[in-house]
Design a protein around this ligand. Structure first.
Ligand code: ZN
Ligand code: MN
Length: 484
């Protein structure tokens, strides 16, 4: 049987604010356990929350980037449940009137056409603390410890719409997640490091026989923070659910957990056991009003998003699409490119040197472009030197390596390493005469009008000078001497 696949995500993203959502404690993941806590984020009686304005700004920025309607009046609610890492016995979240609603994210569908994935809502809430079990799992542990450093760190929950254009395949699901992550990093509200739990997904999946109109029951797989595991869990679920349907059984609506070792999902709780969160407006927090000035300020601060940036690089700088896609994957890279482009004539050459040579150096040393010492101005100078033929590409690579290692500018390196091109025309002339004397065959061919051996002669001069002759200049000299 063939099936329609319906996937949608609820994604929790940790915002990179300086302080927590309702207190002044710092957001510091690497700090010693329980060193970044206070009466508010540990839920002491009588402690009152005060909303972090920056977190609201980030939530609204995400809403704008994801084409949402921004609710000018918004409020927080208590979501009641008991868990040891939730000291208050409830989580401050949003229920009615979240900050953002009714948006979308455009991806490229599997058919190669643009596909607009519905986003139902984006709301702000606090993260819980972290449990540390004395041995691997809760069941096997003698005791568990709790670290409240993460308690009340601002979380943004982005809820995709399972009715309005859900994702239709595992590949599209992956595309959506990659793009969502890319956009959130572009607008600089989260580092989205999956391995640090800064980007966690609840995955919803159901299937139905192709052509059927009614929605099947869905399984929700909780708290996944690896794209690979998400893919594996989805593969398993499609297989499990289709087997149930084919054996004439119903897929129960339930919450499941992924077993990372066995690559299977297991039931956690059924629809009947679903907790009743008893949401109600948090009486400690007043309604949030977003005024025009605040909203306008955020609108002005939203940078060019990946798709716009891609168009921009293709249209304004004449970069081939393939290169432009690589350059715009990370905002820091496209920023570096644009800064260099200010001082460069040949932007294609520039993009080639970034995506090939610079990326290789970064990869080999596991550095990001921000950690690299090369200044855009120096990088573009290097590109111009190779563009003008003042130095060969191969010397250029040697210089780039030194720039990468030392942070020095190309001229200093060329001078210090004796890589300076030979500018003395008389000397070049003399070397060329030697080469001409040594290669009578090539010379006679050129004199008969065959142009190919010109490259050969230029190459011979480069060899004699160990790459230090300016190739363009040598070519001119050959033309002048041999081509009439
Ligand atoms: Zn605190
Ligand atoms: Mn949530």
């Amino acid at each position: 049987m063939e099936y329609d696949i319906i996937i949608c995500f609820e994604t929790h993203v940790e915002l990179k604010t300086e302080t927590k959502l309702f207190c002044d404690c710092l957001v510091r993941y690497e700090a010693p356990p329980n060193s970044q806590i206070c009466p508010v984020c540990t839920g002491q009686p009588g402690a009152l929350p005060v909303l972090n304005k920056k977190a609201v700004e980030y939530a609204v920025r995400a809403g704008l980037a994801l084409n949402c309607t921004i609710n000018r009046e918004s409020r927080f609610a208590r979501k009641n449940y008991f868990y040891p890492d939730l000291p208050k016995g409830y989580q401050i979240s949003q229920f009615e009137r979240p900050f953002c609603e009714d948006g979308y994210l455009e991806i490229t569908g599997d058919d190669g056409k643009p596909y607009v994935v519905g986003i139902k809502r984006i709301h702000l809430e606090e993260d819980a603390g972290k449990l540390v079990h004395s041995s691997g799992s809760l069941e096997a542990s003698e005791y568990s410890l709790v670290d409240y450093n993460r308690s009340s760190v601002p979380l943004l929950e982005i809820v995709a719409d399972h009715e309005r254009n859900p994702l239709r395949s595992i590949k599209e699901a992956r595309t959506y997640l990659e793009k969502l992550k890319q956009i959130l990093k572009y607008i600089e509200i989260s580092d989205c490091m999956l391995e640090k739990g800064q980007f966690r997904c609840d995955v919803n999946i159901s299937i139905r026989p192709k052509g059927s109109k009614s929605l099947g029951n869905r399984a929700e797989i909780k708290n996944m923070s690896s794209f690979r595991f998400i893919t594996e869990a989805l593969e398993y679920e499609i297989k499990r659910q289709s087997e149930l349907i084919e054996s004439g059984r119903r897929v129960p609506q339930e919450t499941r957990l992924f077993d990372e070792e066995k690559k299977i999902t297991r039931p956690m709780r059924s629809k009947e056991d679903a907790p009743d969160y008893r949401y109600f407006p948090d009486p400690d927090l007043i309604e949030v009003e977003i005024d025009q000035e605040f909203l306008q300020g955020i609108e002005d601060s939203v940078p060019e998003l990946p798709d716009q940036k891609l168009d921009h690089l293709i249209k304004n700088f004449g970069i081939p699409r393939h290169d432009a896609i690589i350059l715009t994957r990370e905002k820091k890279v496209s920023d570096f490119f644009e800064k260099c482009a200010l001082h460069c004539n040949d932007r294609r050459r520039l993009s080639h040197w970034i995506t090939k040579d610079l990326f290789k150096l970064l990869n080999d040393s596991s550095l990001t472009i921000e950690e690299c010492q090369i200044r855009p101005k120096d990088f573009s100078q290097l590109i111009n030197l190779t563009d003008r033929g003042d130095i060969t590409d191969s010397i250029g690579r040697t210089v780039l390596y030194e720039m990468f290692r030392t942070g020095k500018n190309p001229e200093t390196i060329i001078e210090a390493k004796g890589l300076k091109p030979i500018q003395d025309v008389d000397l070049l002339d003399k070397i060329l005469d030697e080469v001409i004397g040594e290669n009578p065959d090539a010379v006679s061919k050129i004199k008969q009008g065959i142009t190919k051996p010109i490259d050969f002669l230029v190459g011979q001069v480069m060899k004699k000078t160990r790459g230090k002759a300016p190739a363009k200049k040598v070519r001119e000299l050959v033309q002048k001497k041999l081509v009439k």
